[in-house]
Design a protein around this ligand. Sequence first.
Ligand code: BEZ
Length: 220
Amino acid sequence: METLNQNQYSMPRIGDTAPDFEALTTQGPIKFSEFAKDSWVILFSHPADFTPVCTTELSGFAMEEDWFRQHNTKLIGLSIDSIHSHIAWVDNVRKNLGVLMRFPIIADIDMKVAKLYGMLQPGESETAAVRAVFFIDPNRTIRLIMYYPLNVGRNMDEIKRTLIALQTASKHGVSLPLNWREGDKVILPPPKSLEDLEKRLSDDSVEKVDFYLAKKELKV
Ligand code: BEZ
């Protein structure tokens, strides 16, 4: 018999407004909707402080914080640990690795935010958040979600690539093909009229496989 309560373990979806919440973090109390205003946000969870994979991941985020800031993106972490644990771990990582996690880390000891964002996945763990990554745009719309299990660390290159892809798609109204990286050709939306189609067919700068698959370099 299925015992999972849908409300208790709700799963936000791509296209949903990122649920608002208030929480205590290593940078003081925050209201998420205010924190997220006019900025991209990457909200990510980790299973527990003082664990090895999480230490590699969060120190990795800390080392890239300037890069994310330059791309109009705020970072915010979360785990089901107390604020005292977070502060002690941040200090420990600073001492051991010389890396300071300046971004806020939510102390979600009552699991409120983890449940709101589907970070608690009982088949994996009843008490620790999985490794989730939510990409949230400046309208507070969830644009992409990654979930990793407890025993596999995330890939920072892919997180950065994905952010650039989302920002490029939004800015230029295009799509991105398999393995796309910044600087590669982008996919144009399908023509919406015969006139669009004629224009595309006569545009030598468009690489045309067929009318529905056409690629172009973005002008910088
Ligand atoms: C880790 O970060 O190393 C870890 C945390 C929870 C379960 C397994 C591994």
